[in-house]
Design a protein around this ligand. Sequence first.
Ligand code: 3H9
Length: 708
Amino acid sequence: MNQTVVTLDKNGDIGVIRIDNPPVNALSQPVRAGLQAAIEQVQADATIRAVVVHAAGRTFVAGADINEFSLPELPPPGFHEIFDQLERLNRPVIAAIHGTALGGGLELALACHYRIALESAKVGLPEVHLGILPGAGGTQRLPRLIGAQAALNMILKGEHVAAAKALQLGILDAVVGDEDLLAAALRYARELLSQGKGPRRTSELTVDPASVPAGLFEQARAALQKRPTGNPAPARIIDCVEAAVSKTFAEGAALEKRLVEECRRTQESAALRHRFFAEREAAKIPGLPRDLELRTIKRVGVVGAGTMGGGIAMNFVNVGIPVRIVEVEQAALERGLGVVRKNYEISVTRGRLTAEEVEQRMALLQGTLDYADLADCDLVIEAVFEDLELKKKVCTRLGEVCKPGAIIASNTSTLDIDVLAEASGRPADFLGMHFFSPANVMRLLEVVRGAKTAPAVLVTVVNLAKTIGKVPVVSGVCFGFIGNRMLESYLREAEFLLLEGASPAQIDAAIQSLGLPMGPCRMLDLAGVDVGAKVVFEQAKAGILPPDPSYRVVVQKLYELGRYGQKTGAGYYKYDGRMPLEDPEVETICRQLAAEHGIQRRSDISEQEIIERCLYPLINEGAKILEEGIAYRASDIDVVWINGYGFPDYRGGPMFWADSIGLDRIAERLDHYAQVRGNEYGYWTRAALLTRLVNEGRKFADLGIMQG
Ligand code: 3H9
């Protein structure tokens, strides 16, 4: 037996199998081998009358080791083999669950005969988020235990289920309060023995077909077809759960084994696994001093009660951190607080919050018209209108009123953090916190480190981001940071394509065919053409626009015409309610602009050209961001695009996607467009890093940490 990761001890006549594989007790090969050895030892020891399986550290088993899924073959012993062996033991086996029993961890527990958990524990089969299915018996045992409908629902959603609910569903047999779990499990084992209870094998149960709602599987398949996803797992999950009803355990298990293997070999699953690790890497800041003293954030201030300020405030009150929100006028303050309350009330109607919880949260949100009320805040975030002069004034004021040691942050989406930091008079305490709209919903937070931001400030905010449920990504200072800077090249090409003769619907359809929820034209109409145009004006002011008179003229023209998008009923489209309709007016506008700028119209723009022209320059910009050290890692860029811009997770983000296309191909197409479109303004000039990687036959994924 592998002595270090799995041990078998005896507590009287009870065998105790302990898994100790930090940080999350993943079932990597040594753990599987250790488990198998422990089971064989139990088989050989007739004095053991019952077995408890538990885990050391902060959690029970959090699943298979996700790293192993990238190996050509999963190293033996296999999951089914061990779990079947465990279940076949002829003495009662009890799983003792604390923390989380996820994926293979729950499957291990399901192979045990009884399950006891702490009330703080959670269980789930989240494999779907990795583009695979529960492949260690979960699709066969869970339906046998709790019924096909509940199991299908739980596996397709991949949610974590709290212990109380899991008890109700029949996944758990007992839940205990805050006590010594191992002691409780041993007690439970002795009770079973005293009651003469023996093994209870879930694989021997059958699902009564009469308990399965008519059309359950057909409806699940129809729902998938209606909203197709690039994830290879859901369709196969439905097949497996159906097999749990209609086939023997052995047949269902064989199907599960084959389908999980099919899933893990797909590019989509590789992309989803990349996302899993990328999000965790993104929160790691390289090169930090060892003895950092982090700051404590007990109260937060927000300046501006507009949509953004209100959304930002909600993030904190949702986790119990009180917020002071400042406005200039009482009416604006009341409007802002009213919007927050309305958002919470919508959650009540959807059953996500109780009326009492709304009151508790609103009580944590205090409005004020006086900056002096921010004096006791540990972090203050300004979320006023995106205007450099205004933001500078606000930052200066914050530098005056905030207490020493408070962190001051700007929610700017494009402006120079270093300029704002200087305006505050305390650049070491200053950074950017770029929330995405709606700020209470979108998971991404770009944390922008200024030239003088203190490391402790940066780490405090990255940790805080995790506390409020955000995925933080650190960016250096440049116009638009990681996300909006890359977006700029995407929007630039979308507009040139409009001038050359593509319609908004054609462009959007091409981009959506890749799995993005909306193309650039619909996105700008939704975000506001005015907002989009102002970004261009700000770049002009900052002197960073290319000297190209045709640069993003479409958005500027639509703005001039008051076509602000969905909110004014017209933008790149005209609107019937929320429904975008093609508008001949837009074609006329584009035709006129093309004529003014001497741009040839053509009718041969293909879907492939749209995809390449919008996305390959975006990837090229990503490479520049890396070589400048604006992002630490290529995978950080992927995290930004998946969580902030709806880039499909099953493609792994733009940089992972580029690696899968081949960087030589990307480079070759950039060169091609430089030739056919001309390259007067450097739009198609390859990033030096891209050329280097192509020459060396390497990928973005091969790069280490990049520091500017
Ligand atoms: C599965 O089980 C398939 C089976 O059906 C069998 C098929 C054949 N593997 O998230 P954290 C690392 S698929 C490897 O920051 P938290 C993680 O990368 C699996 N590594 O902690 C990080 O490393 P580092 C199904 C893993 O407290 C460290 O552990 N299970 C795994 O915020 C800490 O993680 C899942 O999908 C793993 N399975 O959250 C559950 N899990 O420190 C995946 C974690 O180097 N895990 N790591 O960056 C989670 O959801 C969270 O990690 C958990 C803890 C909730 C457990």
